[in-house]
Design a protein around this ligand. Structure first.
Ligand code: SAM
Length: 346
């Protein structure tokens, strides 16, 4: 299809399309003799994804990063559009919620400007946290070898010690009811989510890494994969019966972890359940003791691994869950691996 037709079909201008071409976001075939461009169906879907992302305010540079892979299927493009829209929707919801709170706090004349200022600061922090999270571990690169790597032990430190036992424990702990919808966040190659698959249970796997999602889909076609992240889950409110996550939450800072819990809570139905298996310390004192022990024994491998990630302080997560009406129980597999099970009280 020629540029004019494409512009008409997508309700845009040839000039805009040329601009995205100049930025390297779309690369139609060019006739060497007359320089005419020909757009394939895939180019058109890619362009419509670019336009949708621009529509919701994503900068061109960022779109370039999101669409770095040129070899995506139409489904991948739609997945990306959905995840970007959810991000925007959650941001708008937060803004409306904050305005509601502000209006509420100005009901009588006793309100303080600090309180209102605090609310808008909080909103800004949430927005920045969503925007600033970066995959510094490059999970796209790990997807292919992930299942092999988890079987390997480090020289003096094995983060995947008790991996199978931990995943099994999550499945044993979640109470599955009929027509259950289970969300696995940071689904990776699907090792945890797949354990819930049955005729009566639907599993949705969310991950920020496209390659992980592709790997998951090829291993377990019945898992519905969605691109998205902990801080903006691509799901409507009250949508799932359980949220599970394994070995993923420690890629978020402490502040981000609380935002992630808020997101889990948002998508969970009433009386829903959350089960988190992850690398974490019981509290700050425990963190200091464990690190000190590694230091004394000269285990720099362990210290390097811990410092490269954000192992949680379990007590902070529990505190948030209890304060938000969850009944909480825990299980500890080894010095650095714990499970938190939380069920929402009516
Ligand atoms: C170590 S793997 C764990 C995969 C799987 N859950 C398991 O237990 O084998 C971590 C996964 O979490 C995903 N992840 C990390 N941070 C994330 C975030 N902020 N939002 C969504 N997924 C994230 C990564 O892309 C990766 O697939």
């Amino acid at each position: 299809m020629q540029i004019k037709e494409v512009a008409k079909r997508l309700n845009t201008t040839p000039r805009s399309i040329r601009f995205y071409e100049e930025k390297g976001l779309v690369t139609p075939k060019k006739d060497s003799e007359n320089d005419y461009r020909t757009f394939t169906e895939k180019d058109i879907v890619r362009l419509s994804t670019i336009l949708a992302m621009r529509e919701i305010g994503i900068p061109v540079k960022e779109i370039g990063v999101i669409l770095k892979n040129n070899d995506m299927s139409i489904r991948d493009y739609l997945n990306i559009q959905r995840s970007a829209l959810f991000e925007k929707w959650i941001e708008m919801k937060d803004m409306i919620g904050t305005i509601d709170q502000m209006i509420d706090s100005t009901k009588d004349d006793t309100y303080s400007i600090e309180e209102i200022f605090g609310l808008s600061q909080h909103l800004k922090e949430m927005k920045n946290a969503r925007l600033n999270w970066k995959d510094k571990w490059n999970f796209d690169n790990q997807a292919h070898s992930y299942d092999q790597n988890i079987k390997m032990c480090g020289y003096r430190f094995n983060v995947h010690q008790d991996y199978d036992e931990a995943l099994t424990k999550v499945v044993e702990t979640i109470r599955v009811k009929s027509e259950h919808v289970c969300l696995d966040i940071g689904v990776g190659t699907g090792n945890l989510g797949s354990k819930f698959l049955s005729n009566d249970t639907k599993v949705i796997g969310v991950d920020q890494s496209e390659k992980m999602l592709q790997m998951c889909k090829s291993k377990f076609p019945d898992i519905e994969t969605r691109k998205g992240h902990f801080l903006a889950l691509p799901l409507m409110d009250n949508h799932v019966d359980s949220v599970v996550t394994s070995y993923a939450l420690h890629h978020l800072t402490d502040k981000e972890k609380i935002l992630a819990l808020m997101e889990m809570d948002r998508v969970l139905k009433r009386q829903g359940q959350i089960c988190i298996v992850d690398l974490m310390f019981l509290n700050e004192q425990h963190r200091a003791e464990v690190i000190e022990n590694f230091r004394e024994s000269g285990n720099s491998e362990a210290i390097g691994a811990i410092e490269d990630e954000f192992y949680a302080d379990r007590s902070i997560l529990i505190e948030w869950l209890v304060a938000n009406n969850y009944q909480v129980s825990t299980h500890q597999f080894n010095e650095i691996l714990s499970m938190i099970y939380a069920s929402k009280i009516k």
